[in-house]
Design a binder for this molecule. Structure first.
Ligand SMILES: C[S@@+](CC[C@H](N)C(=O)[O-])C[C@H]1O[C@@H](n2cnc3c(N)ncnc32)[C@H](O)[C@@H]1O
Length: 444
């Protein structure tokens, strides 16, 4: 299930090389989707299909960064038997910084060669590659030795050091052995586009409109899954504000909050407001949603989106989780919020399918900092929940350390809360991102 690329055609190489070389000028591992939207906007000579093609190639290369670097190192070392040991050792020492430095040092044609092998893409070979026969032979041999060493997954861009983390997730969530391998492979495929319709009465007419425009559509309850997403912004339903793009796993988190009309709800880490809007939808302009975030500019996005959707009960202000929130008067009067969502900053490991560069950023330092931040946010958000109210802790990560272990740490210090349920939702059970939520009740 590798990410299928159209066959390489030599006339496209100069453009791929130019784009890849420009990408490698970035001093740090770049966030590819942002980089692409900025860069491709300036490529006036490209048509729509060109843009999609070049974006696909760069996305694929980003997914396979580590195997590309290490295959070249192994080829240069020339001892195929030692390749699994070399891979293990390099993986143990590699950080996002050293990986990116190694990528920057590789000739672009070498990147394309290994990318073609890893993704099973046929077509032309860059003419700069003069040792093709030896490279083909090395590839055939490498696959055999990795297979023998039970290390096939490294050719999916899966780091050996993630193996125990995935095993722990499998154990905790009861994923069968048969699910673990597709989970790894699935990291190299993009999930489809999921849409949320603002108002329940619009679901059927909007679905009919999307199908009428020639899209393939599947429904999971009220969530709509669109295949062949490109051009969705032209739909009248989109322009009329009836639709939001929101991953299916993310929709399940807002549903777990179960906001009711007339309640006081706080979205503590609201970001651009994906979940704020979903909760406002459920409340239908009755009661209020308070959206906060440390980054004030993100809250501006919520203002626009709420207006577009016709929700007038969303208020916004910055909050940086250094201390508990000063409750708005009417919330204080009722003893706190009815529901609080803490959608915490995390490694985003559950979004690797969409943002392939995020996987290479996951390292010990990043994780340690995030765990402390998650504890702090949860600890300082909790006092705002009224007795009898609900606290939902969520991440877009599948790592136990960011999820169940944070909930355990919280419960150990907050005896007034009980855990109702916790689970990972989305991929591999659904074709979506992978996310986690825990539902807690304040009992005292
Ligand atoms: C996972 S994102 C939120 C995504 C958002 N809920 C959505 O559905 O679109 C986490 C958010 O936490 C915010 N954040 C990071 N550190 C914070 C802090 N110390 N206090 C409050 N928010 C923080 C980030 O700015 C980011 O927007």
């Amino acid at each position: 299930m590798s990410h299928a690329l159209p066959e390489f055609r030599g006339f496209r190489f100069p453009h791929i090389k130019r784009l890849w070389t420009a990408l490698c000028q970035e001093p740090e591992l770049p966030q590819l989707d942002r980089w692409l939207s900025k860069t491709l906007r300036d490529e006036k000579a490209f048509g729509r299909r060109d843009r999609l093609y070049y974006a696909d190639v760069l996305f694929a290369a980003m997914r396979y960064l580590q195997p590309i670097v290490l295959l070249e190192a192994g080829f240069k070392a020339g001892d195929v038997k030692q390749f699994p040991a070399l891979y293990q050792a390099e993986d143990a020492a590699m950080t996002s910084v050293t990986l990116w430095q190694s990528v920057q040092a590789l000739p672009v044609e070498v990147v394309l060669f290994w990318l073609a092998k890893l993704t099973d893409t046929g077509g032309d070979w860059p003419r700069e590659i003069t040792d093709l026969a030896e490279r083909h032979q090395f590839w055939t041999n490498v696959k055999q030795v990795l297979n023998k060493a039970n290390m096939n997954d490294v050719l999916q861009g899966w780091r050996p050091r993630w193996q125990p983390l995935l095993a722990a997730r499998g154990l905790r969530s009861g994923w069968s052995q048969e699910l673990l391998h597709p989970f790894v492979q699935g990291q190299n495929t993009r999930p489809p586009l999921w849409l949320r319709v603002q108002r329940p009465e619009d679901v059927a007419p909007v679905a009919a409109q999307i199908i009428g425009q020639g899209y393939d559509l599947e429904q999971d309850g009220d969530a709509l899954k669109v295949i062949g997403e490109r051009g969705i912004y032209q739909l009248p339903a989109w322009q009329e504000g009836k639709l939001e793009i929101q991953d299916w796993a993310s929709q399940q988190i807002s549903r777990a909050v179960d906001a009711q009309p007339g309640e006081q709800v706080w979205d503590a880490c609201a970001g651009g407001g994906g979940k704020t809007l979903a909760m406002a939808s459920a409340m239908n302009n009755k009661g209020a949603v308070t959206a906060t975030d440390i980054r004030e500019y993100k809250l501006e996005e919520i203002k626009k989106r709420a207006k577009r959707a016709g929700w007038f009960n969303v208020r916004r202000f910055p909050w940086d989780a250094e201390a508990p929130l000063r409750l708005p008067k009417e919330v204080a009067r009722q003893g706190g919020f009815d529901r609080v969502l803490v959608d915490a900053p995390c490694t985003s490991s559950g979004t690797w399918r969409r943002n392939p560069d995020a996987r290479w950023r996951l390292d010990e330092t990043q994780l340690t900092e995030l765990l402390a931040l998650q504890d702090k946010i949860l600890h300082n958000a909790a006092p705002a929940v009224k007795v009898g109210g609900r606290l939902v802790y969520a991440t877009c990560s599948w790592l136990e350390a960011e999820n169940e272990q944070r909930v355990e740490a919280f419960l150990a210090n907050n005896a007034g809360f009980t855990l109702e349920q916790q689970q990972v939702v989305g991929f591999p059970h659904q074709n979506a991102d992978t996310m986690f939520y825990a539902v807690l009740t304040r009992v005292a």
